[in-house]
Design a protein around this ligand. Structure first.
Ligand SMILES: N[C@@H](CCC(=O)N[C@@H](CS)C(=O)NCC(=O)O)C(=O)O
Length: 221
């Protein structure tokens, strides 16, 4: 049986959603984030890094959202949710599948880190940490985020979905950076197409079924 090792409130929500879109049967083994937001050590038994998502299927253990999506679409998709080979759409599909974690998530993670740092610093150091964080946000993180969000907006002006006119698994992969940017990056200001993309995916029955399966998901709006 295909098993999703599901960490609450995490990227593995995307995997549940993909499986619901494909109608592939799966079971969930649940893991709860620790108070410091890290995954519990039990997840390291499944994969040495203990990150979510990770799936097991027969003798295969697959980690990394992009690799999991490739595996699931290749194994269970029968050509669904992926553009045909040797088309411009397929190239775009591949780009977004890699871009989401390779380029979009790093500035979003930095945003989270520099926002949390002053709150978690010892009281005596807090003013200094706040100053350093604020400078990093202003000079490094926010301008990059702005550039990424403008890029998404421009791409979604070319077609309804990231890889073209059809919904694909690349849209599932891109949902996490867009949801993170809506939660902490100011996406709602000046990015109507990106916000409409979020509305469209949230309205999909498979997305909603995945939420019921996965439990509370703070990034969804
Ligand atoms: N690039 C990886 C990122 C995996 C990742 O960082 N997952 C987070 C959850 S969204 C996690 O496991 N955090 C808990 C921890 O690092 O202990 C992927 O897309 O699979």
């Amino acid at each position: 049986m295909l098993t999703v090792h599901h960490l609450n409130n995490s990227r593995s929500q995307r995997v549940l959603w993909l499986l619901e879109e494909l109608g592939t049967p799966y079971e969930i083994v649940r893991y709860q984030r620790q108070p410091d937001m890290r995954s519990p050590k039990e997840l390291r038994v499944v994969h040495p890094l203990g990150k979510s998502p990770v799936i097991t299927d027969g003798g295969n253990t697959v980690a990394e959202s992009g690799a999991i999506i490739e595996y699931l679409v290749g194994t269970y998709g029968n050509g669904r949710l992926i553009p045909p080979p040797n088309t411009p759409e397929r190239l775009r599909y591949s780009y977004w599948l890699h871009y989401a974690e390779g380029s979009a998530m790093p500035p979003l993670l930095l945003k989270l880190l520099f926002t949390l740092m002053p709150k978690r610093a010892p009281a005596l150091l807090r003013p200094l940490v706040r100053k350093v964080s604020s400078q990093a946000l202003t000079t490094l993180v926010n301008p990059q985020l702005k550039q990424h969000m403008a890029f998404w907006e421009a791409e979604l002006a070319k077609s309804e979905w990231f890889a073209g006119n059809d919904f694909t698994a690349a849209d599932i992969q891109m949902s996490f950076p867009l949801e993170a940017a809506a939660a902490r990056g100011g996406l709602e200001q000046g990015h109507p197409r990106a916000m409409a993309f979020l509305d469209r995916i949230h309205a999909r029955p498979a997305y909603q079924r995945a939420l019921e399966q996965g439990g509370p998901y703070a990034l969804a709006r």
